[in-house]
Design a protein. Structure first.
Lengths: 447, 159
């Protein structure tokens, strides 16, 4: 995927390719930000225009699509869609709530931890879709406001997602483009996530924790929950957790053997589909497989496809190389300054716009900067900065990450809406705090 | 023939300001599945019925969009359900009636189409004037059944 090798573009009406591609890219960004048109439609239409306009041939456009990212996302979505039917995620949430005797602050802490761990292993949107309803039920039983719980779960999902290769789409994209594996992410970003989570609990406690109160009778209602009854299908539980464990082992061991994450995730998905469908009749199988495949978030997948093509088109015109020169000029080519700048800029941009298009653009930009800054090896701090900034930045505002909006939807339906500005007043400073901690970490460890 | 010919033109209706407690009593005593709700001008605004009542005794987290898929783990008694019902029973029905996605027909909807919609809806069907939005009648299983069976009587008389 070196765009320099693409043939010189012949853009319609004799327009300058750089201007045409740059303009289309800018328009795409604006349209995605306004949310007036669904983001998958925007990205697909823009990708088609990039080809019709003559910036890319269709063959070149396909080369720009990172199928490793797509395969990893799709495979994990299939595995999670089957696993969640076993009821295991509800089980974990209720089990952990009972371990703290259903005390309101204790529940907040354990749900933050559960959300963070699940976000590290599943995607954030799925995690909050699984945890938020249980949270609302428990808050309802305890007669406490669900607001602090949902607020802190947003933070936990974005912070937890930063810890692994598969936790958040930016990490998947970075890992895939740069060839960083599951272990690389876990060993480099895991420690800082483990540091940030407990640090966040301090402001959470000061803001809400000391005011959360309930009665012993209400706690008893939660204590009476039978978490083992949340498991709806024991066989499915064993099968799906077995495959999930196998897939994670595959991510850990496969990198050194040269297996890409998409291969492992897709193999896991097909294995789980096979063992759960094998006993069924052919007609039932096709219905069941149809249902499972429909659970894949196709909007996200098509959004990615379109976006990869648009960014590749821009890159092939040399525009990103030009911008990379400008950035290097601004930071004086100093590695430390560049690394910390990327961290902060990524965080602030990701707080305000979708981090997926941002990271898709930053990856080729940083690759271009790499050829000016030094060898591939010394580049890694830049990637950790991009990953941390774009994942943690998602906490900065309600629109910073899709999981935030999903949680806000739950809060709204529960009658405790999370509003844009009040959220940002607390979330933005807290996000800056996490980025500050990350800056110190990145500086001490890599610079 | 159209929906008009099989509807009850003077159906029982509720008002959006009615309290849930009163409406519930009415629904239970008369075993109505659901009753149309109309505002002061006679405009159709929604339906209230047993489904709304079930919703009131279930935890909110289970019935909301994307809510809990199952509550198998919870242990509750009738007293818990009653307590949950009481928390809401002083509300006006406007706050808990079904408003969106309520299937209705117009008075001029062809007979067979109206019957098909009735079959798919599985509950009495409000007949709403598409121009004014006013409720002009209700098609119930029982009215329809009586009218269809009455055809047999006519034939017998003819013979």
């Amino acid at each position: 995927m070196t765009p320099g090798t693409e043939p010189m573009p012949q853009v319609i009406f004799g327009l300058d390719p750089m201007w045409f591609a740059g303009g289309l890219f800018f328009l795409t960004y604006i349209l995605i930000m306004t949310e007036r048109v669904n983001r998958a439609i925007v990205a697909m239409a823009a990708a088609a225009l990039m080809i019709l306009g003559g910036v890319l041939t269709q063959e070149a456009a396909v080369r720009g699509v990172d199928f490793n990212t797509l395969g990893l996302l799709t495979g994990m979505m299939i595995i999670v869609s089957i696993t969640r039917k076993s009821g295991v995620f509800q089980y974990v949430a209720i089990w952990s709530a009972k371990r703290v005797d259903a005390r309101p602050w204790g529940i907040l802490v354990v749900l933050v931890l559960v959300t963070a761990v699940l976000s590290a292993l599943l995607d954030n949107v799925t995690t909050v879709l699984l945890i938020a309803p249980v949270t609302l039920l428990i808050a309802d039983e305890l007669k406490v406001s669900p607001y602090p719980y949902l607020f802190t779960e947003i933070f936990a999902s974005n912070v937890g997602g930063a810890a692994t290769l598969i936790g958040d789409p930016p990490n998947i994209m970075i890992g895939s483009a740069v060839g960083l594996g599951f272990n690389d992410f876990l060993f480099n970003l895991g420690p800082i996530v483990l540091l940030i989570l407990p640090m966040l609990l301090i402001p959470f406690y000061l803001l809400w924790g000391r005011k959360l109160e309930t009665t012993p009778e209400r706690r008893l209602k939660v204590m009476r929950y039978e978490e083992s009854d949340a498991i709806k299908d024991k066989r499915l539980l064993v099968q799906s957790l077995g495959v999930l464990a196998l897939v994670i082992a595959g991510f850990i061991l496969g990198h050194d053997l040269g297996y890409q994450p998409a291969t492992i995730a897709m193999f896991g998905a097909s294995l789980l589909l096979l063992i759960t469908n094998f006993p069924r009749k052919a007609s039932e199988q096709s219905k069941e497989v149809d249902r499972t495949l429909a659970d894949v978030e196709w909007i996200t997948i098509f959004f990615f496809i379109g976006l990869f093509i648009v960014v590749y088109g821009v890159e092939s015109t040399g525009l990103l190389e030009l911008v990379a020169h400008q950035v290097i000029g601004l930071t004086g080519g100093d590695m430390a300054v560049t690394t910390i700048t990327i961290l902060w800029v990524s965080a602030i941009v990701s707080a305000l716009v979708d981090n997926i298009p941002f990271v898709a653009t930053m990856i080729p930009l940083i690759e271009n900067m790499g050829s000016m800054l030094g060898d591939q090896e010394s580049m890694t701090p830049l990637w950790w900065s991009l990953a941390l900034g774009s994942c943690l930045g998602g906490n900065g505002s309600l629109i910073g990450a899709s999981a935030n909006l999903i949680v806000a939807g739950f809060a709204e339906r529960a009658g405790h809406p999370i509003r844009f500005l009040p959220f940002m007043m607390i979330a933005f400073p807290l996000m800056l705090m996490t980025v500050l901690i990350s800056s110190v970490y990145v500086y001490l460890r890599y610079l | 023939m159209s929906a008009r010919s099989i509807m009850d033109p003077n159906p029982t209706v509720l008002h959006p300001d009615d309290h849930i407690r009163t409406a519930a009593q009415y629904v239970m005593e008369n075993r109505y599945r659901r009753i149309p709700v109309v505002d002061d001008d006679g405009r159709f605004v929604g339906v209230f019925g047993v489904n709304c009542l079930l919703r009131l005794v279930l935890p909110h987290a289970a019935i909301m969009e994307n809510g809990l898929e199952s509550v198998h783990f919870a242990r509750e008694t009738l007293a818990d359900l009653y307590r949950r019902y009481c928390e809401n029973s002083d509300m006006e029905i406007a706050l808990c009636m079904d408003k969106e996605d309520v299937e209705t027909v117009g008075p001029d909807t062809p007979l067979l189409e109206a019957v098909l919609i009735l079959y798919r809806t599985k509950a009495s069907l409000p007949v709403v004037d598409p121009e004014t939005g006013k409720l002009v009648g209700v098609i119930s299983y029982w009215d329809l059944g009586e009218k269809v069976l009455a055809e047999g009587g006519k034939n017998d008389a003819g013979n």
